[in-house]
Write a protein that binds this ligand. Structure first.
Ligand SMILES: C[S@@+](CC[C@H](N)C(=O)[O-])C[C@H]1O[C@@H](n2cnc3c(N)ncnc32)[C@H](O)[C@@H]1O
Length: 256
């Protein structure tokens, strides 16, 4: 078994039983990044729009009123079943679900007019390879918008962030720093059009409940949060109950 097959199983296990939690999560159902995406796709009105790592489907639902077809891709069958059911309930018959790994998309070259991905790339084992695959399915000049948690980059802060993320969810790979994103975009022939960063406060109890973090791992996260340098506590605005604030980014690109 390759490392990627194992990782994909881990992702499926982590997310499969949490589909309802991700559909209902306020962090995922709203936010300024989703508002920016909605505004951009409303302007562009693409024919075919792809959602990579659809999860509970909030990007697909935001795109659906403005796109001819929406292709919601995810590794998890249960997430996709939730997306299919919710899209139907909202009257979005043109939202299709596809079980697919972002590193190997089941779509023809230059077949999509728009692509978006949100809060999924930190699970991808090879960011540059996944971006190359996204680039392959897009028409030249098409817009692609990527949104995710980003690492502040400085080793002291980066190590803390990746450690708490991995304890919370063993399928976590990496919150990439903006520099890592930019280098992966360059390798995949995407031109950067616009970068916007946000701060996102995560309420501790729902943050761990959403992915079903085991009690001993929750305790380990709390220990890490109390045993850190003041700079780390201040940067992530770590609160008494473990709630904290991190950075997210929206990167708008054009397929070269
Ligand atoms: C946090 S959820 C996504 C949230 C959703 N995009 C939103 O904005 O509400 C992350 C999703 O990425 C999916 N995922 C992770 N790695 C993937 C991969 N390599 N290929 C396809 N989907 C993947 C997971 O199965 C999970 O459903």
């Amino acid at each position: 078994m390759t490392a990627t097959e194992t990782q994909n199983r881990l992702i499926d296990r982590q997310f499969g039983d949490q589909a309802a939690a991700y559909l209902d999560s306020p962090v995922h159902a709203g936010g300024p990044d989703l508002a920016c995406l909605t505004w951009r796709i409303a302007e562009l009105q693409p024919g075919v729009a792809v959602d990579l790592g659809a999860g509970g489907g909030h990007v697909s639902y935001a795109m659906a009123p403005h796109a001819g077809r929406v292709l919601a891709c995810d590794l998890s069958e249960k997430m996709l079943a939730t997306v299919a059911e919710t899209a139907a309930a909202r009257g979005f018959a043109h939202v299709e679900t596809h079980r697919a790994d972002v590193h190997h998309l089941p779509f023809a070259d230059a077949s999509a007019d728009f692509l978006a991905s949100r809060y999924s790339a930190h699970h991808w084992t090879d960011l540059a390879a996944a971006l190359k695959e996204a680039r392959r399915v897009l028409k030249p000049g098409a817009t692609a918008i990527f949104m995710d948690v980003v690492s502040p980059g400085a080793p002291l802060l980066d190590t803390h962030l990746q450690a708490v993320e991995l304890l919370r969810d063993p399928s976590h790979v990496r919150d990439y720093a903006l520099g890592e994103w930019l280098s992966a975009f360059a390798q995949a022939a995407f031109a950067i059009r616009h970068v916007e960063t946000f701060r996102l406060r995560l309420d501790f109890a729902p943050w761990v409940a959403r992915i079903g973090t085991a009690p001993e791992r929750v305790a380990a996260i709390r220990t890490l949060q109390s045993d850190v340098a003041d700079e780390v506590k201040a940067y992530f605005a770590i609160e008494e109950d473990g709630s904290f604030t991190l950075d997210t980014a929206l990167i708008e690109t054009a397929a070269a």
